[in-house]
Design a protein around this ligand. Structure first.
Ligand code: MN
Length: 230
């Protein structure tokens, strides 16, 4: 294939125990998937069906890493999330067969310009500028599914400078991995290389330049992200 200039490099995340890397195709994110977080954001957790937004594939940055404090915000928030890596394409996937499509799992941070998100909500505008900025998806190396104990239970946590800020269990999801990936596959054809960030529990908050985020899903993966200067 000839291109008018060199094709961009393939975005990828490393794989635990393998030299080969996981090529990232798209990043889908689930909104409002833990009841306590829905409540802290002023929403009714019982009524809202799962909904999705996206980040560009090259927003994925393998941890440990430093993320520059992004422009246009004074309220950069952390959201710790279980990440599911898709290894097989499909559409209208039966919830009972979702695990056949999962290649692995990890943990990531859905970095959010909360002030831009609040303005977007108020104005009825898209969330892209709040969610889809450069380096907005730091993600730990992906663990192949055979080495993942469970996608339905396990502690998920995040600390800033060693102080725990989010502490919940992935079993607290409103829409389980089986349910929300099945729902997602009704809207788009899922493909090899897609990542799904599965929503965050309560306790989100702001970070500043110089802060160090640590976090993880017990039994799966841990991460460390340093917030760089503006
Ligand atoms: Mn999120």
């Amino acid at each position: 294939m000839d291109y008018v200039f060199p094709a961009p490099p393939q975005a990828s995340i490393g794989v635990v125990g393998e030299a080969a890397r996981f090529p990232v195709r798209r990043i889908f994110c689930v909104g409002r998937n833990y009841a306590e977080h829905a409540r802290e954001m002023g929403n009714d957790p019982d009524r809202d069906p799962p909904f999705f937004f996206t980040k560009p594939c090259d927003a994925a940055l393998e941890t440990p890493c430093t993320v520059p404090y992004p422009p246009l915000t004074d309220n950069l928030h952390f959201e710790i999330e279980l990440v599911v890596a898709i290894g097989r394409g499909g559409t209208d996937i039966d919830p009972d067969r979702v695990m056949d499509y999962v290649w692995g799992a990890s943990v990531g941070v859905d970095l959010t310009r909360r002030d831009l998100q609040a303005e977007a909500k108020k104005m009825g505008r898209p969330w892209d500028w709040a969610k889809a900025f450069d380096a907005s998806a730091p993600i730990a190396p992906i663990v192949p599914i055979d080495a993942v104990p469970s996608l339905s239970e396990g502690r998920i946590w995040l600390a800033v400078n060693g102080e725990v800020r989010q502490d919940a269990d992935i079993g607290d999801m409103i829409w389980s991995v089986r349910e929300h990936i099945a729902t997602l596959s009704q809207s788009v054809r899922l493909s090899q290389g897609d990542l799904v960030m599965t929503g965050t529990p309560a306790g989100v908050g702001a970070v500043m330049p110089g802060d160090v985020i640590t976090g993880g899903v017990d039994g799966i993966a841990e991460l460390e992200v340093t917030i760089g200067p503006r």
